[in-house]
Design a protein around this ligand. Sequence first.
Ligand SMILES: Nc1ncnc2c1ncn2[C@@H]1O[C@H](COP(=O)(O)OP(=O)(O)OP(=O)(O)O)[C@@H](O)[C@H]1O
Length: 254
Amino acid sequence: MAVVIDAPAIRTVGLGRRYRGRWALEDCTLDIPAGRVVGLVGPNGAGKSTLLNLVMGLLAPSAGTVEVLGDRPGTGPRELARVGFVAQDAPVYAHLTVADHLRFGARLNPGWDDAYARRRVEELGLDPARKAGRLSGGQRAQLALTLAVAKRGDLLVLDEPAASLDPLARRELLESLAEAVADRAMSVVLSSHLVSDLEHACDHLVVLNAGRVRLTGDIGVLLAEHRAVTGNREADLEELVLTHLGRTTKETAK
Ligand SMILES: Nc1ncnc2c1ncn2[C@@H]1O[C@H](COP(=O)(O)OP(=O)(O)OP(=O)(O)O)[C@@H](O)[C@H]1O
């Protein structure tokens, strides 16, 4: 009988990246299963964007290896079509209209879900004729996210997607990501400073600090272990993360 083993969404072995002799990410070994919503959390400068850019093939490793959906990242059009990415500054083409972005998305992506993209633009109240450069920061982030989701890839990589969104839009985004994963067996990796963002949307966790992985695993399992070890049956995700960041008070992870 044939045994089908799905490739992990992301696998890194001893992955590292140096900038001018200084390690931004060091000895990072991760095995992230497919079909999860993964929260990547850590303070400023922890190495989150560096890791996500390595995953996207936008940076070359200084050490180790990274595999995305079983392939080396950024190797060709087939692999690129499977991965949607929204960088931290949610880049869009300032001189193109919202409708132009949708047209380009349709032309460039074989799995493009035009009905979804149009529905989202309408729900968000974005004027299709408006130039992207004239949208607010939050609206640009929403447009970039819409394009990334409409691509209908197997993996969505989002660098601080909620940072410029208002609280309602933030909650809606996190709920819609959880639904997209449930509907389509897609994997999502999203970085955030806010543990509260991850608590409701994510089922897998990676904690980074000072360029090192401090904790990784399924949130349910990690929380159960933490509660058993500390004897605190009320311990929540924030306490778990802060413990592994070496902090004792309930400050934010930022
Ligand atoms: N192009 C670069 N040149 C030199 N150093 C860099 C460069 N990009 C990042 N770094 C350094 O690498 C480290 C990790 O940065 P990175 O942007 O990956 O962190 P981050 O966790 O995404 O931070 P933030 O939450 O502030 O966005 C930091 O010390 C940063 O100063």
